[in-house]
Design a binder for this molecule. Structure first.
Ligand SMILES: [Zn+2]
Length: 421
């Protein structure tokens, strides 16, 4: 006997619906018409079941700051400056209060794993890391949380940060972060990257950096991808390095960026576009034909680069939108990146599931397969390729075999509607 069985679950548009049995938090059987019984038996009736969604890049500590101070100029520099001021007033409790709102929404929207990037710098110290580490315990069994030690203010530019990063890694951060462009010169950006790799090697953790976040590469501090590819190979970190944003790639010539993408691919560097932020902050100086400002998704795919997408921020100066809903962001990415049709849309959905699991290093225990952790979401859609288009309900959200959220909604077209004019 299993603990839970999902009946008639659509997991692939090319095969008939299957049953999924869950035992001891893991998927124990998948197949048509399973004989296995379980105390919890759910008829999916052909609805789509996906593995739990993964937010591979989100700033829990800075969420919902728009209520305290709305964005002003809409630029990256402006967002960093406003947030730096607000950070001075952060307490562990105030961070947790805002972050809980994100976590609750994320769980209800089908997210089962989050990689959070709390700031670590002399302004906020380790309050962000401590707050997220406490939430990791509070939410255990509901959602898994990885912690990236993120030097938003730079490392060389903000003296004292290096020691704080080391403390953050000792205090439970799982990943070494970076903000490669927030230094004063290209040599400092390179030194920043070298320091990130040195600390990652010292603490034996993966690397996840914000990089090349500009409209184009005219300021060379925003064109560090090639140097990062080199540093990754030098450090033997292939498969353990992720870069967020990478928007300036789209502003380079095709020939130039194709060469850079080939280097990133060969070095084993993953890329995570953050479309809600990238579109909002990008193209601000363009007076005609404002650019889209998102890394070239189809070219990332073609280069064989592991590519996920994520929310980045929820309602602050960087991104004054968001409900911690990865299907919402996925549809937005498709709409803004010329991605359409069943093959593209299925791939976009995979960017928030299986590809994201590779980005954050949990692929071994993840997915719709026997032996994987039973993180599952039942959607109200009936075709995988239309899951983004349908904006479906997350009917059931299952974390490690346990139901953690449920959505029931009713829509009704009233018969009288046609008669009223
Ligand atoms: Zn970010």
């Amino acid at each position: 006997m299993a603990d839970l069985v999902l009946r008639a679950a659509r997991i692939d548009d090319d095969i008939d619906p299957v049953d999924i049995a869950v035992t001891d938090g893991l998927i124990s059987e998948i197949g048509p018409g399973l004989a296995t019984t379980a105390p919890e038996d759910i008829d999916c009736a052909g609805r789509v079941v996906i593995p739990g969604l993964i937010e591979s890049h989100v700033h829990l500590d800075k969420a919902f700051l728009d209520a305290e101070r709305p964005a002003t100029d809409g630029t990256l520099a402006g967002a960093i400056a406003i947030t730096a001021e607000l950070k001075r007033g952060f307490t562990v409790e105030s961070i947790k209060d805002r972050a809980r709102r994100v976590l609750d929404l994320a769980i209800m929207n089908g997210t089962t794993v989050i990689r959070a990037h709390p700031d670590v710098d002399p302004i906020v110290g380790l309050r962000g890391v401590h707050a997220v580490a406490e939430l990791r315990e509070e939410y255990r069994g509901m959602i898994d949380i990885q912690i990236v030690a993120f030097p938003q203010e730079g490392i060389l530019r903000a003296p004292g940060t290096l020691a704080l990063l080391r403390e953050a890694l000792r205090a439970g951060a799982d990943v070494m972060g970076g903000c490669t462009y927030n230094e004063r010169s290209v040599p400092d950006c390179r030194r920043h990257i070298d320091l990130v790799f040195e600390l990652a090697a010292e603490f034996e953790v993966p690397v996840d950096m914000h990089a090349d976040f500009a409209d184009d590469a005219s300021d060379p501090r925003f064109a560090m991808a090639d140097y990062i590819a080199e540093a990754t190979t030098r450090a033997g970190f292939g498969g353990r390095v992720t870069l967020g944003h990478m928007t300036s790639l789209a502003g380079r010539t095709r020939e130039d960026r194709t060469a850079t993408l080939a280097r990133l691919s060969a070095a084993g560097v993953a890329v995570v576009p953050l479309p809600a932020t990238d579109m909002h902050l990008g193209g601000r100086a363009d007076t005609t034909n404002a650019r889209r400002g998102i890394a070239p998704i189809r070219e990332l795919w073609a280069a064989g680069i592991t590519t996920a997408y994520s929310s980045n921020n929820i309602r602050n100066a960087f991104t004054p939108y968001g409900n911690a809903d990865l299907l919402d962001i996925g549809l937005f990415l498709a709409q803004t990146s010329h991605l359409a049709g069943p093959a593209d849309l299925t791939r976009v959905l995979a960017m928030a599931t299986t590809e994201a699991s590779r980005v954050i290093g949990i692929a071994d225990s993840y997915g719709l397969r026997v032996g994987a952790r039973a993180d599952l979401v039942v959607l109200s859609a009936t075709r995988v390729a239309q899951a983004l288009l349908d904006r479906p309900d997350r009917c059931y959200v299952i974390k490690s075999g346990r139901m953690v959220a449920r959505t029931t909604s009713t829509r009704q077209l009233l018969p009288a509607a046609h008669a009223v004019h």
